[in-house]
Design a binder for this molecule. Sequence first.
Ligand code: ZN
Length: 254
Amino acid sequence: MSVIIIPVIAFSWGVTGHRVVSEIAKNHLTNKSKREIKKIIGNESISSWANWPDFIKSDTTHTWDHTSTWHYVNLPSNLSKEAFVAALQQLPAENLYSQIIAMKNQLADKTLSIEQRRTALIFLIHLIGDLHQPLHVGRGEDLGGNRIKINWFDKSTNLHSLWDNALVDFQQYSYTEYASILDIADKNQIAAWQNSSLEDWFYETYQLANKVYESVPTDLKFGYRYNFEFKKDLDNQLLKGGYRLAKVLNDALK
Ligand SMILES: [Zn+2]
C-alpha cells in the first residue's frame, strides 16, 4: 500500500524560471515548429503560457486537480544510473516522466483536436522546465525539499522554494534579460545537451538534486555563499531546459 503525499507548499520554478526556459526555447525553434505553434496558440508567446499549469492548481472548479502529480517525480537518493532509470520507468500513476512522454505524443498527434494539442503544448512548455529544477527530481520523504526549512538571508523558507524562486529572483534579471544572457552556448554544446535521451536528462537533474541535498549548510543559513556555489548549476539548468524544450517541440511538430 502506498501513501500519496501531494506537496502543496511550493510550485515549481517561479514565474521567471519557467519564462526563461521558454524564451530560450523560442530562439531555437524551427520555422516549421513556429508555424505549427501559431496554429495552436495564435500570436501568443509560449512564454506567456509557461506558468499556466501552476496557476490552475488554484482553480476552484478543481478541473485540473488530476494534473497535480505531473510536476515531479520522487526517488530515493544516490541510485546508480541503471537503478534510477528502472525506478523512474516503474513509478506508479501519472508523474513528470510519464506526462512529458504523453504530452509530446499528444502534441504530435494531428488526429486530436486543436484544444487537446493546445493543452499538451502548454504542459510540455511547463514540464520540461520542471524537469530541470533539481528538487522536482528529489526525495519523497521531504517532498522534494519542501520539508527542509531553511533561511535565505533573514527570510525563512524551504529548500524547494529556494530553488523555485529565491535563487532565480536573486539574479535580478527580467526573464528576457536572463534568457539573452544565458543563450550563448556553441552549436556542439547545444547538440550534446539536446541529443541525449529523456532518461539522461532526468538522471542529470537527479545528480544535481543529490548535490543540493548534500550541500545543505548545517546551520541552515543560505545566502551569498550558496549563490556563489550554485549559480553556475542554476544557469545551466535553465539553459539546458530551454534547448531541450526546443528539441522536444521540434521533434513533436516536424
Ligand atoms: Zn510545475
